[in-house]
Design a protein around this ligand. Structure first.
Ligand code: SF4
Length: 329
């Protein structure tokens, strides 16, 4: 179990933060919400965190002259995230249909995912060409297609292969039998917000699927990447904290799993009270970090948010264009 935090190595120790009035950074007046994805974004690139949580918002960083472009880019997604979203949404719809006793077969599930992919691709191409885009559902343009960094056919082939194998495993793998079977029950929680408070902070997450079975409360997180050995997972421990806070479960009643759809495998996460305490400590430290940065973000002081400048991270970042041009100017 990892105990050392790296989040603060990259941000807190840097002495470049511009000065703001003391009263503005008082913890009493600044309240931040926390989520695992927010923490991970700050860890991977503070500048990206600024763009996403301040630059793109209407009420924060009001003086940022690039606001409309940042807001547009914040809706953009890379192809890997697009695939993950489509797989998650398609499985959620499939399970909700089951709950309404509308049984879908594999072809219907595959059709739905392909439609979502095609709609997203058409939408991106239209946006790129400046054409009218009248889609009733919110879609995220695909970065690689919008900026022509990958060919359309390559993107389609890559996405289709990954989506199809993930859905095929979801539909057929023995490891997921219990999950599919429990999808019938109306009590099963499918793709739902997990909200609770830690101290006075609102904690947010999204539960892919959670259900009661054999006297246990099972929480499953779908992964659209291959299996990666991990000693622990703050993300899953947050779900366990939610089950305790919101569903009154005891630790030994909770089972949490990562389901690796590309491999068709499921991996349980063993945890104890000690792991939960460490997760809480990590969240508290992360909240402190976010609180410290909040007023800089509200005031649009972008210099307080360092660029990671990691080519691998930047390649997938929707803000790459604006980020690079801000460094040139
Ligand atoms: S392009 Fe790179 S440095 Fe700039 S915001 Fe994105 S991840 Fe950060």
């Amino acid at each position: 179990m990892q105990t050392t935090l790296t989040l603060f190595d990259t941000v807190v120790s840097k002495p470049i933060l511009p000065k703001v009035e003391k009263k503005k950074i008082s913890k009493e007046v600044i309240k931040v919400g926390w989520s695992y994805s927010k923490m991970e974004m700050l860890k991977s690139c503070p500048r990206k965190y600024y763009y996403n949580y301040f630059g793109a918002g209407k009420r924060k960083a009001k003086e940022d002259t690039n606001k409309s472009e940042i807001a547009f880019l914040s809706k953009m997604s890379n192809i890997h995230t697009t695939v993950g979203t489509i797989v998650h949404e398609s499985i959620a719809i499939f399970l909700r249909k089951r709950q309404k006793e509308e049984e879908w077969n594999f072809e219907q599930l595959k059709w739905l995912a392909e439609k979502k992919l095609n709609d997203t691709i058409d939408y991106t191409v239209k946006l790129k060409n400046g054409e009218e885009t009248n889609n009733p559902f919110p879609l995220c343009p695909i970065k690689e297609l919008f900026y022509n960094t990958s060919l359309k056919d390559e993107i389609i082939d890559f996405a289709k292969a990954k989506i199809n194998i993930s859905l095929e495993h979801f539909y057929n793998s023995e490891d997921y039998e219990k999950i599919r079977d429990n999808g019938f029950y109306i009590e099963t929680i499918v793709e739902s917000m997990a909200k609770f408070k830690l101290d006075n902070t609102n904690i947010d997450g999204v539960i892919d699927i959670a259900f009661e079975d054999d006297g246990k409360f099972h929480i499953v997180d779908w992964k659209t990447s291959h299996y990666e050995p991990e000693e622990t997972s703050v993300q899953l421990l947050v779900y366990a904290l939610w089950a305790i806070e919101k569903h009154g479960k005891e630790i030994d009643e909770i089972n949490i799993y990562k389901a690796y759809l590309l491999d068709g495998k499921i991996e349980p996460l063993e945890f104890t009270q000690k792991h939960l305490d460490r997760a809480k400590a990590k969240i508290r430290q992360s909240v402190e970090e976010m609180t410290m940065l909040e007023q800089y973000g509200i005031d649009g002081i972008i210099e307080a948010f360092d660029c990671c400048d990691e080519p691998k991270v930047c390649k997938l970042c929707p803000f790459e264009k604006i980020c690079k041009s801000s460094k040139i100017n």
